[in-house]
Design a protein. Structure first.
Lengths: 80, 127, 127, 80
């Protein structure tokens, strides 16, 4: 399936834009997506952490992703 | 009662605090974050705050609801500003109204700590 | 820096908070006490605050100096109003400015606790 | 010596005015003054506590009072 992945903060610089379109396996888990992104964008490994948000909430590693979900890469936050 | 907002306009301290005032409340604690001239020893001129707005609003609402459940407080307001801010500008205001002051302090401190952990907002230096 | 005041005029929240803002400060905590409609189950309409002014100012200064020594904070303001106040009116404002928020919260909480213990001000109900 | 003692809060009601003039022994201590006041104004015993301020500070029981000091009776405070 084809996913559009939103990027924020430093992830935007790593992706070279505020979103990226990627082809991933169907029924991909959050954990698999993280691995896949780390391979594709090795600079993600330089971050102390990055999380995946699915439909505006922090997703657990085992959660399955479908094509209609809103997916985002969340590097360490620094608001306030 | 909760009052959550993300805006690119300057935050209005007075109206934020007045929102939390209530005949039932005897104590209001307000945290006002301001842009400091130094971060980790580096001189700061301005910062840019970026947000994943839909998710940030959800996370801010979650924090506010949790605060109302966890602590003896009546009202909580969380406003965050985005865009380019200068030294002295106010990126965040949290106001808590409670019958008694101890709950107001604890709840307000908790809310800003949680905001800094979970709300998808990012500050960028060197802009 | 300290800013201590006893006045029979309404306290000005905005100017109190603005006084504590500083390029060195990243966190400001403000405590705003308000007259509640209930005290110990009794309905309150208004309260009268009386003070032993010369001593109260000394005690407030002592608290402020102690806060500056004890905690990592730059600025503390303590303003108290006297006279007859209605429900919703503000008898006290304490504002603390610090580089980091934890110190601001702890210092502000400490200051209002000390004020309630030692500063010679008395509230009278049934007036 | 003759002292003028200021009263605040409930002490004002007990004294029937915002100050009272009393004749006490010379070199009277704060503790002795408290005892003396309790005898003269028994309603002071109904308070959970009352302190004596000498020249705008809380005085210790052993402190000696002189005629030129500013003396005040401080019932439990309730500001804030």
């Amino acid at each position: 399936m084809k996913l559009t992945i939103l990027a924020f903060g430093i992830a935007k610089e790593i992706f070279g834009g505020s979103s990226v379109r990627l082809e991933v396996n169907d029924a991909c888990s959050v954990h698999e997506l993280q691995k896949f992104l780390q391979e594709k964008f090795p600079r993600l490994n330089e971050l102390s952490s990055f999380l995946i948000a699915v439909n505006n909430h922090y997703a657990l590693p085992g959660e399955l992703i479908s094509e209609k979900d809103e997916i985002a890469v969340i590097p360490p936050v620094s608001g306030g | 009662m909760t009052n959550i907002q993300i805006t690119d306009q300057p935050l209005n301290m007075l109206s934020c605090i007045e929102w939390a005032m209530d005949p039932k409340c005897g104590g209001i604690d307000a945290f006002i974050g301001t842009v400091r001239e130094n971060t980790k020893g580096k001189k700061v001129l301005r910062l840019e705050f970026e947000t994943y707005e839909s998710m940030a609003l959800d996370e801010m609402k979650k924090i506010a609801e949790e605060v109302l459940q966890k602590f003896e407080v009546y009202k909580i307001l969380i406003h965050h500003r985005t865009g380019v801010l200068q030294v002295g500008d106010i990126p965040v205001i949290i106001v808590v109204g409670a019958a008694h002051r101890d709950a107001a302090f604890v709840a307000c401190h908790y809310a800003i700590d949680e905001l800094k952990k979970s709300v998808p907002i990012w500050k960028k230096e060197n802009i």
